[in-house]
Unconditional design. Structure first.
Length: 187
């Protein structure tokens, strides 16, 4: 993808500059470099599923994030911040459409709103994946929109599991007697 190709594809959608998915899809189908095809396809998934902005288009901000991913930057804070921003905008307006990854939000709801007494032994395995476990976990799909509204409006602090059930609690030494730091011996 050259800068000229990108400049030719960019379209204004609302307040965002975007590249149509069709252009990226066409590039995926014909690009000779397999690694670049996979990268462009992954960019499309990030833009269409995780950070949807305009239907069928990938926001240019997603390409900036995607560029940082190749440098080892984790996308988790960005994904959470974008979901929070969208939810906050819906709440402020009193109505509106959630623009975020609904699947990730639903996964968070299901893993935090119903307390889990037992944690799978598989969390100790190197190959453990919380998302894979979430996929095979039976969900409460019988909850209507009205029921969700009632659940969210009546939430109490004790109703929410503030850490994921698969997160292994660990002890942290952060103070020693009256010191807010841990002195190192022999130094």
């Amino acid at each position: 993808m050259s800068e000229q190709w990108v400049a030719a594809q960019i379209q204004q959608k609302g307040d965002s500059k975007c590249v149509p998915w069709k252009s990226l899809r066409d590039l995926v189908l014909v690009h000779p470099d397999v690694k670049k095809r996979v990268d462009v396809y992954a960019l499309g998934i990030y833009g269409l599923v995780i950070f949807p902005k305009a239907l069928g288009h990938i926001d240019e901000a997603v390409s900036d994030l995607f560029d940082r991913l190749s440098k080892g930057v984790t996308p988790v804070p960005t994904i959470l911040a974008e979901n929070f921003r969208s939810l906050n905008a819906c709440r402020r307006a009193g109505e509106g459409r959630f623009i975020g990854c609904a699947q990730l939000l639903l996964a968070w709801f299901h893993s935090h709103f119903w307390k889990v007494e037992k944690v799978s032994y598989r969390v100790f395995s190197d190959s453990y994946s919380p998302l894979e476990e979430l996929v095979i976990t039976p969900r409460r799909d019988d909850i209507s929109e009205e029921k969700w509204m009632a659940i969210l409006q009546n939430l109490q602090d004790e109703d929410v599991e503030w850490r994921a059930p698969w997160l292994i609690p660990d002890e942290i030494l952060y103070r020693c007697r009256d010191f807010d730091w841990v002195p190192l011996l022999e130094i």
